[in-house]
Design a protein around this ligand. Structure first.
Ligand SMILES: [Zn+2]
Ligand SMILES: [Zn+2]
Length: 239
């Protein structure tokens, strides 16, 4: 740190709009940008996405025909406009400082809406395949998982392996999605004991249909996890 910065620390700047931050609710993001983000206010009871305006509660169109093994999926943000920009920033511009405000938001949402906020959850980030991890240089889900765990006072561990990437699943039907996802994740035998009897909180950046999270949950439940919930920063919009 330069001597000048020690006496006159640079004012923090919002990573999204580059405006100066005097006071803000979250780290690295100003309150103006926070207000421009759309929050999930009526969530699908299964996948956590925002329900259409006319629908107050129940399941979204996709979930009416899909069964999930997950206890719940929760996401504070709707994946559009400013929230979408910030998530793209996290993912493609290798800007890990974006994980901090998003993770803070996720942890707050979890503490507020979960029916079980006990400290015995193990946070497991949804892994990337080795090829994608090499190309991107980091796993955005892992960065978010670390912040969520720290903010919520939970442990986090990378136990799952992603054997291969899967194409976008949104336009596939349930059967096709399950087929594409089968065998996408693996829990190595020497790590299985870490999840046996545990409550798991899977963390990812975006939920689209919930099928990927559900496939990961299936592996964890088969290894003896007693309950698997999921928390993502944003939920894709339903059309
Ligand atoms: Zn801003
Ligand atoms: Zn749904």
């Amino acid at each position: 740190m330069a001597l000048r910065d020690r006496f006159f620390p640079p004012e923090p700047v919002c990573l999204s709009c580059q405006g100066k931050i005097i006071f803000s609710t979250l780290s690295n993001i100003c309150d103006d940008c926070l207000q421009e983000m759309s929050f999930v206010t009526r969530s699908c009871l299964r996948c956590g996405s925002q329900l259409p305006e006319a629908q107050i509660t129940g399941f979204c169109q996709i979930c009416r025909s899909q069964e999930l093994k997950l206890e719940s999926i929760r996401a504070p943000l709707i994946y559009r406009e400013r929230a979408r920009e910030i998530l793209l920033e996290l993912k493609y511009h290798k800007n890990s400082s974006m994980a901090l405000p998003l993770g803070q938001l996720m942890a707050d949402y979890w503490k507020f809406f979960s029916d079980d906020t006990s400290r015995d959850y193990l946070v497991i980030p949804v892994p990337l395949s080795r090829e994608r991890l090499t190309a991107r240089g980091f796993n955005q889900a892992r960065l978010l998982g670390e912040v969520v765990a720290r903010e919520a006072g939970l442990m986090t561990e990378d136990v799952l392996i992603r054997k291969r990437n899967t194409p976008p699943l949104y336009h596939l039907n349930n059967q096709q999605r399950n087929l594409v996802l089968r065998g996408a994740f693996k829990l190595p035998a020497d790590r299985a004991g870490r999840v046996t009897g545990r409550k798991i909180l899977l963390v990812d950046d975006i939920v689209t249909t919930g099928s990927t999270l559900n496939e990961a949950a299936t592996i964890l439940l088969a290894a003896g996890a007693c309950r698997v919930s999921a928390l993502t920063a944003a939920a894709a919009e339903r059309v």
